[in-house]
Ligand binder design. Structure first.
Ligand code: ADA
Length: 554
C-alpha cells in the first residue's frame, strides 16, 4: 500500500510489494525477502550491517515510459534497470523516483543494491540511539506514464479576511525533447481550478499556480479533521493523458507571540516521540501495526506526535491526517556533534532530506511544524550557520508552517533566535536528579534571555527508562514504578506552565539501538527503554499515568 487512498484513475500504476530475491554481498545464496521489509527480520540477517542486492522481474505489455518510485530504502540505494544504473539515493526516510524512457514490451529486471553500513559516506545514518535497518523498507510502485505527466501538486490553504483560499501549484514534467501544449482541471469538492493553455518546453518542468476562494468549505482541525480530495487531470488536445489525486485540508498554523495557533485557536500539544520501530518488523511497520500504535496513542489522549528523528512513512501521515493528529515532522538527524556536522557529506545529505521531506509531505494538513537537527551542535558558531542555512532552505519551500529544533545545549545554545518555536529536551529526574519545577523555571528564564523571548516553547522530550515487567517496590531507577513517577512529575509541571505550549513524552515505545558506538553500555538489551510501552507494545505502568494526565488536560 502506497497511500491510504487511490492516487490515480487514469495513470496505470502497480505496487511492487511482495517477495523479492535477495542476496547479501559476497554470498551466492539466494533468499526470498518481503518488500517492504527489513532484512533483519530474517534470522540470518538479524544483525547484518553491509550491502545486499534485491531483484525482481517485471513484464511490460507495450512500449512505455515508466516511473519507478521507492518510498524508502535503508539507507543507500543503487537502482538498476536491465543492468543499467538509473537511480541512486541516500537516506532511509525520504522517497525518490526515476523515469525510465522507451521501455520495450517484454520482461525486465529491477535490481536494487542496498547498503546500511556506517562510514564517512553516511553523515546521518551513524551508530545511534535508534537502529538503522537494512532493506527496501517502504513501498515501491511502478507506473506507466504519458511522456508528459503531473510531477506533483502543492496545495496551500489560507484564511484571509474571513474567507478560505487555496493556492494550487501544478508541476508538469515534459520528458520528450519537443515543446508541448497542455491543459489541466483540478476538482476539489464542487470547485474547479483549471488552466487551458500550458506550454512546457522539451525535457523541462513548468509550474502553474492558481489561487481562488473556497467560501463554504469545512476546516481541518484536531477535533474535526475534514479532508478533501483534489483530483487533477492533465490533457493534451482535449484527451486526458494523466492524473493525480492528493488529499488536503483547510487549516492554518500561526505563531502569535508565545502562542501556537491552528485556525486561529491556541493549541496545547500533548504527544509522544515515536520511532518507526517494532519488535518483529523493524522500521518496515505495516498498516495494521501503524493503526495499533495510533489507537494506543489516542487511547492515551494525544493530540500530537513528533516524528523523531526523521521524516515518516507517508502512510502514517495519512493516518494522522484522518485522525486529526498535529504532527511535528523533522529532518533526519540525531545528536550530531560539530565534528559530525563537519562530515563533507553532511550539508548535501541534509539539504536533500529537507527538500524531499517538504516536497513530499507538503500537502498533509496534519504536519503543522517542520523540525530540524535534533540535539546537534547549535552551541557552536559553525553549527549555528548550518542551522540557519537549513531553516532558510525550509522557509524557501514553505512559509505556511513554523520551524523549530529540539535542543539539549542548555545555557550554551546560540541558535534560539533562528526558529519560530523554541524546543528543549529535558530529563529532570532521570539523567539528573534535579527538582523539575525549579529546573524548568531556570530553563525558561535562560531561553527568554537567549533569543527565545516572546516565542512559543515546547518541551520536545521528557521521560525515563523502565524495563518492561521490572517492578520494584523501592521504585528504583529502571523500574516501571520510577518511570511512572518521573513522567508524572514532569508532565504536571510542564502542562501547568503558562510559558509552555506543548509536551512530547520520550518515548512512545522502546526501540532498538545500534550495538556499534557507545549506546549498548547505557541501553540495556540494546534498546532505548524509555517507551511507555515496550517494543511489542506491551504497556508499562507509565501508560495509564500519561493517559490520565493527557485526558485531564483540555
Ligand atoms: C535525547 C535524544 C533522543 C534519545 C533521548 C534519550 O534527547 O533526542 O533520541 O536519545 O535523548 O533516551 O536519552
Amino acid at each position: 500500500m502506497i497511500r491510504l487512498f487511490e492516487q490515480h484513475q487514469i495513470r496505470k500504476i502497480k505496487e511492487l510489494d511482495g517477495i523479492w530475491d535477495f542476496s547479501p554481498e559476497g554470498d551466492l545464496a539466494m533468499y526470498q525477502l518481503p518488500v517492504p521489509g527489513c532484512w533483519e527480520q530474517h534470522p540470518n540477517f538479524s544483525t547484518y550491517r553491509g550491502k545486499g542486492t534485491y531483484r525482481k522481474t517485471i513484464v511490460i505489455t507495450e512500449p512505455s515510459t515508466l516511473r519507478l518510485e521507492f518510498k524508502g530504502v535503508s539507507h543507500t540505494a543503487y537502482v538498476y534497470f536491465d543492468g543499467e544504473l538509473i537511480a541512486h539515493h541516500y537516506n532511509a526516510f525520504t522517497p525518490f523516483s526515476t523515469i525510465i524512457k522507451q521501455v520495450q514490451k517484454g520482461t525486465h529486471e529491477i535490481k536494487v543494491l542496498v547498503d546500511n553500513g556506517f562510514g564517512e559516506y553516511s553523515a546521518l545514518h551513524i551508530p545511534n540511539d535508534y537502529y538503522t535497518y537494512g532493506g527496501i523498507t517502504r513501498p515501491v510502485s511502478l507506473a506507466c506514464i504519458s511522456d508528459t505527466y503531473i510531477k506533483q501538486i502543492k496545495f496551500t490553504p489560507s484564511f484571509e479576511d474571513g474567507v478560505w483560499y487555496g493556492k494550487l501549484d501544478v508541476v508538469i514534467h515534459n520528458t520528450t525533447s519537443k515543446l508541448g501544449r497542455f491543459s489541466f482541471v483540478s476538482t476539489i469538492d464542487h470547485y474547479e481550478m483549471s488552466f487551458n493553455d500550458v506550454e512546457v518546453l522539451g525535457d523541462s518542468e513548468t509550474t502553474v499556480t492558481i489561487k481562488q476562494q473556497f467560501p463554504d468549505i469545512t476546516p481541518w482541525s484536531h477535533k474535526n479533521p475534514k479532508l478533501y480530495s483534489i483530483h487533477t487531470i492533465l490533457s493534451s488536445n482535449g484527451n486526458a493523458i494523466d492524473d493525480l489525486i492528493e488529499r488536503v485540508g483547510f487549516r492554518t498554523v500561526n505563531v502569535i507571540g508565545t502562542k501556537l495557533q491552528v485556525n486561529g485557536e491556541h493549541v496545547f500539544l500533548k504527544g509522544f516521540n515515536r520511532h518507526e520501530d517494532y519488535a518483529t518488523v523493524g522500521c518496515a511497520i505495516p498498516l495494521p501495526l501503524m493503526v495499533h500504535d495510533m489507537d494506543l496513542m489516542q487511547d492515551m489522549g494525544v493530540n500530537a506526535l513528533r516524528t523523531c528523528h526523521y521524516p515518516n512513512d507517508e502512510i502514517f501521515l495519512d493516518l494522522c491526517d484522518e485522525r486529526g493528529i498535529l504532527v511535528w515532522e523533522e529532518n533526519h538527524a540525531r545528536g550530531l556533534l560539530l565534528e559530525d556536522m563537519q562530515n563533507p557529506n553532511f550539508d548535501k545529505q541534509c539539504e536533500d532530506c529537507n527538500r524531499e521531506m517538504v516536497e513530499n509531505h507538503y500537502n498533509h494538513p496534519c504536519v503543522i511544524i517542520w523540525g530540524i537537527l535534533n540535539e546537534c551542535a547549535s552551541e557552536t558558531k559553525e553549527g549555528r550557520l548550518k542551522y540557519q542555512k537549513q531553516y532558510e532552505q525550509i522557509k524557501n519551500m514553505d512559509t505556511s508552517r513554523p520551524t523549530t529544533s529540539a535542543t539539549c545545549r542548555h545555557f550554551t545554545d546560540i541558535s534560539l533566535d533562528l526558529p519560530d518555536i523554541v524546543s528543549f529536551n529535558m530529563y529532570s529526574g532521570w539523567y539528573k536528579d534535579v527538582p523539575v519545577k525549579e529546573r524548568n523555571e531556570e530553563e525558561i528564564e535562560w531561553i527568554k534571555n537567549s533569543g527565545g523571548d516572546d516565542k512559543p516553547i515546547i518541551v520536545s522530550e521528557l521521560g525515563a527508562a523502565a524495563i518492561y515487567g521490572y517492578r520494584d517496590r523501592t521504585r528504583c531507577k529502571w523500574s516501571e514504578e520510577r518511570q511512572a513517577d518521573i513522567i508524572e512529575e514532569n508532565l504536571k509541571v510542564y502542562m501547568n506552565d503558562e510559558h509552555i505550549t506543548g509536551v512530547f513524552v520520550w518515548q512512545f515505545a522502546d526501540c532498538r539501538v545500534t550495538e556499534e558506538g557507545p549506546w549498548f553500555a547505557t541501553r540495556a538489551r540494546c534498546h532505548n527503554n524509555k517507551g511507555v510501552v515496550d517494543e511489542y507494545r506491551r504497556p508499562k505502568i507509565a501508560y495509564d499515568i500519561v493517559k490520565n494526565l493527557f485526558l485531564d488536560k483540555k
